[in-house]
Design a protein around this ligand. Structure first.
Ligand code: KIV
Length: 272
């Protein structure tokens, strides 16, 4: 679908809940800048996530841990300027909500107030339910995030499949119910067994968006650079590549270098 008219209806949290109720799958991709966000929005994406994966794909960090609140707000501002229709959700970065309710509420309000985004996403279950509830009570819609939670890399030590054993699976099911109960409008499940993800999605009325969580959920999310094949050093089993932009960009840049060196660029039509 391509959006070309000005009568564009913004995707709100109510629209996302309705999509779940009506069984319409939700499309979601990350974006971190104006140009990419404009393309993704114009293509008809339902949700754009300003993910803290910006730390990996935009800043070159080896984890999301160093990403700051100011950096997330900057990326969110750039994305919001390019988006007319998609719901824009922004990751609360590591350190912006873990210490106390006050930190969490202040950080969430800063994100919405300074970027114009629509909601925030927070990693964690029961441990952060108190803070998440305060944030929702303050008027900021929250999407939860369970399963593989990259901000906890130092706690778990790897990015391997989560909730394989029964204890972790039961905790995840319980956390998902808590997040819905306190008012989250949606939930991301990352890298967990497909059967478990389907069980959770079937048991909730809020939309469950999966990444590496199979097809039994209410929608899918991928990191834009990964699915476009820009970031070609990352090939987990769950990733489908829709383009090979690393190769296309390398070829284009190589041709430009050749043309500059051989003075075939600019030609007569490309000068004043
Ligand atoms: O930061 C991110 O891109 C995410 C997705 C992987 C869901 O949280």
């Amino acid at each position: 679908m391509s959006i070309h008219n000005e009568n564009i209806k913004k995707i709100t949290t109510s629209v996302l809940l309705k999509m779940k109720a009506e069984g319409e799958k939700i499309s979601m991709l990350t974006a971190y800048d104006y140009s990419m966000a404009s393309i993704v929005d114009q293509a008809g994406m339902d949700v754009i996530l300003v993910g803290d994966s910006a730390g990996n794909v935009m800043s070159g960090f080896s984890s999301t841990i160093p990403v700051t609140l100011d950096q997330m707000i900057y990326h969110a501002q750039c994305v919001v300027r390019g988006v007319k229709r998609a719901h824009v959700v922004v990751d609360m970065p590591f350190g912006s909500y873990q210490c106390c309710h006050t930190d969490g509420v202040r950080s969430a309000i800063r994100i919405l107030k300074e970027s114009g985004a629509d909601s925030v996403k927070i990693e964690g279950g029961e441990e952060f339910a108190g803070t998440i509830k305060k944030i929702i009570d303050a008027g900021v819609p929250v999407m939860g995030h369970l399963g593989l939670m990259p901000q906890s890399i130092n706690k778990y030590g790897s990015y391997a499949l989560r909730a394989k054993d029964d204890t972790e699976a039961q905790k995840l099911i319980s956390d998902a119910k808590i997040l819905q109960h306190i008012g989250c409008y949606g939930l991301v499940l990352e890298k967990i067994p497909a059967a478990l993800a389907k069980q959770v999605a079937d048991s909730l009325t809020i939309p469950v968006i999966g990444i590496g969580a199979g097809s039994g959920v209410d929608g899918q999310v991928l990191v834009l650079q990964d699915m476009l094949g820009i970031n070609n050093g990352f090939s987990p089993k769950f990733l489908r590549r829709y383009a090979n932009l690393y190769e296309d960009i390398s070829k284009a840049v190589g041709s430009y270098i050749d043309d500059v060196k051989s003075v075939s660029f600019p030609n007569e039509n490309e000068q004043y």
